[in-house]
Design a protein around this ligand. Structure first.
Ligand code: 4AD
Ligand code: MG
Length: 464
């Protein structure tokens, strides 16, 4: 038998040994039958050395569960510790333990990368709080909770793309660098070349005009909605929001859709609701163990609530009704609810509670509260626009959307640049954007948005 020091390379040179099949941990755990020569690579999650036998658990990120490795104690080396990277070859056999389907009987263990356990911030078998692992953006993916989160995030991303593709939408890569402020809220990051590049350039502006990181792909989607009736984009968006709140990031992912020949806000809301329900059902069925971790340890009872929500229609109230509900609330708010004022987080929270802790669409906001592109409802003194926000428990605003003002005279008084789009075959259209991190926060019950993105960026923090 080859010792740990002989390693995998030595093994490969030895022609008499069968060539081992490389399996991911997930594949090994799910194998239907035993296999003579299997090779697994990953990181050690636990080492337990007994007199007669050495137990390891190996994780490679393919599943929440680790693969149990059973070895002769002679294979143990000083480097074989928690956190080290290893390559194990041996026999895959049915596990005698009911907890696990298969286990690996090691013939060789090669430590590919040792781990300095004294300075390694993660500790064996410890359930580290999310705030603790947040300090180690370069290592927290090796933690169970973040591992589960990243697998769920990956499945949800695929689910979002499938939802739109299955419904006949064309995916558009909207630009990250843009010369406009789509939302008009002024929360822009401006782009500049480095000092060296500036010195060699003739121009102060690389693009001749000021350029920014996009706050939304909406305008570019609207362009495309002039040729394709259904389009979507799903990419990073940037906002210089000076906020450290648990629901704001400076870089976040937004899912956006735009639909042409749409005159009804209900059509937009239907897409939002279908998107939410379809993607959530997909994620629940594709990552049951990872989801269970959140629903067991992070947000107990969230599973039952989500299942209920998936069965029922989302509620719809108007902005005016929302203000009435707030005015009649038995509690006092820091910001007094008044028609014409923005809904604050405390208001959103109350509205969602009032409606029974379910997702609520709030429609028809005051004209003065919303961006220039939203369609005028022409409703007299009230003067609202066809806007919709989807509020959800624990998070507040998850989606924002509207019908777009496609009528030239209405826009003329508002913004010059938008006008050309309306001159050549303009049609009624509308769309929405959903914050992907807020979506994950909601379905998983994660309190802080910084824990649902691999590398969070927010004011005063851009680590790695
Ligand atoms: O409501 P918003 O600003 O809408 C738009 O940008 C539209 N142009 C979208 C469209 O109609 N195509 O942003 C959409 C969503 C919000 O509802 C929220 O979920 C999320 O993006 N969001 C943020 N998420 C994390 N951090 C931030 N700073 C966010 N700002 C908005
Ligand atoms: Mg909004």
């Amino acid at each position: 038998m080859l010792g740990a020091r002989g390693g995998w390379r030595a093994l490969r040179r030895c022609a008499s040994l069968p060539r081992a099949v490389r399996l991911r941990v997930r594949e090994a755990l799910g194998a239907r039958e035993a296999a003579e020569a299997v090779r697994v690579q990953g990181w050690v999650r636990s080492v337990r050395s007994q007199k007669e036998v050495l137990f390891l658990h190996i994780n490679d990120g393919s599943s929440l569960e680790s693969l149990q490795v059973v070895a002769d104690p002679s294979l143990e080396t000083r480097d074989l510790t928690f956190g080290s990277a290893v390559e194990v070859q041996g026999k895959l056999v049915k596990s005698p333990h009911r907890m696990q389907n298969m286990e690996l009987q090691a013939e060789t263990i090669h430590v590919v990368g040792p781990c300095d356990i004294w300075s390694f911030p993660l500790k064996m078998k410890e359930r580290h709080p999310l705030e603790y692992v947040r300090q180690f953006p370069h290592l927290r993916c090796r933690n169970n909770t973040l591992g589960a989160l990243l697998r769920i995030r990956s499945e949800a991303t695929a689910g979002i793309h499938s939802f739109f593709q299955d419904n006949g939408y064309v995916h558009i890569h909207t630009p990250i660098i843009t010369s406009n402020d789509c939302e008009g809220a002024g929360e822009l990051f401006q782009i500049e070349t480095s000092r060296e590049a500036k010195e060699s350039a003739e121009n102060t502006h690389f693009f001749n005009v000021p350029a920014f990181l996009t706050v939304s792909g909406q305008l570019h989607l609207e362009v495309m909605a002039g040729a394709f009736t259904h389009v979507f984009t799903f990419g990073p968006t940037f906002r210089a929001e000076n906020s450290q709140s648990r629901r704001h990031l400076a870089e976040f992912y937004m899912v956006e859709a735009e639909l042409s020949f749409t005159e009804n806000l209900q059509d937009i809301m239907q897409v939002m609701e279908d998107l939410f329900k379809t993607v959530t059902s997909t994620v629940l069925s594709k990552c049951p163990r990872d989801i269970e971790l959140f629903h067991k340890y992070i947000a107990p009872a969230q599973k039952g609530r989500l299942e209920q929500i998936l069965k029922h229609k989302f509620m719809i109230i108007s902005y005016s009704e929302a203000v009435e509900i707030l005015k009649q609330a038995p509690q006092t708010f820091t910001f007094k609810p008044e028609w014409g004022c923005d809904l604050q987080t405390e208001h959103e929270k109350y509205l969602v509670k009032h409606c029974g802790e379910v997702p609520v669409f709030v429609v028809n906001y005051p004209y003065d509260l919303k961006p220039f592109y939203m369609r005028d409802n022409e409703d007299g003194p009230e003067h609202t626009v066809a806007a919709v926000d989807l509020l959800v428990p624990g998070v507040g605003e998850l989606c924002g959307g509207s019908l777009r003002e496609e009528r030239l005279p209405f826009l003329e008084s508002r913004l010059q640049r938008y006008l050309d789009l309306r001159k050549f075959g303009s049609v009624p259209h509308g769309g929405f954007g959903m914050g992907f991190e807020r979506y994950l926060q909601y379905i998983l019950g994660v309190d802080n948005i910084k824990d649902v993105i691999p590398f969070p960026r927010f004011s005063h923090s851009c680590v790695l």
